[in-house]
Design a binder for this molecule. Structure first.
Ligand code: ZN
Length: 169
């Protein structure tokens, strides 16, 4: 018997997300195929997960929807400014975008592989390929524009020269 109203100010525990539509707390998959939906009202949920050296492939590269990768560090002030903006963008594009956060200090192999020289470094991954990349923090409107240009909802910018004509879908 719970008398507590669904306090929306209460932060969602790790691995879960609160549905913006009905307030229900949902468990979030990290590497599942498909896209998470609210178990109660079936709205798309913002998909924000952490990844590292060992989980990046299944979490980000094999994602069925475009991925926004946030390479960040705990000591990085601009990262803390950008983080809520990215969460907002993921919320706006729920069902069409997965936000994957990578702590560069905990993920030396990824840092080396992508040649990370500044944090935050943001990347858009589509089918495992880097479609866009942005080093350093930027104001919210600039990030939104950058992201929109990189996402395939803008056909003019999506993969203009498909390498070997593989029919994807
Ligand atoms: Zn819901």
């Amino acid at each position: 018997m719970s008398t507590t109203p669904s306090g929306s100010a209460e932060p969602a525990p790790p691995g879960t997300v609160r549905c913006q539509n009905c307030g229900r707390l949902n468990r979030l998959p990290t590497a599942a195929e498909g896209r998470p939906r609210c178990g109660n009202c079936h709205q798309w949920l913002p998909w924000i997960v952490d990844a590292g050296d060992d989980t990046f492939a299944e979490t980000a590269e094999q994602s069925s929807i475009p991925v926004l990768v946030d390479m960040w560090a705990t000591w990085c002030g601009p990262c803390r400014m950008v983080s809520p903006v990215l969460a907002q963008l993921a919320q706006e594009r729920a069902g069409n975008l997965k936000l994957v956060k990578v702590d560069v200090d905990a993920s030396p192999r990824l840092s080396q592989r992508f040649g990370i020289q500044a944090v935050p470094t943001l990347m858009v991954l589509i089918d495992g390929h880097v479609a866009a990349r942005q080093a350093g923090a930027a104001p919210a409107p600039a990030l939104r524009r950058w992201l929109d240009q990189a996402l395939p909802t803008n056909p003019a910018n999506h993969n203009p020269a498909a390498p070997d004509g593989k029919a994807a879908r």
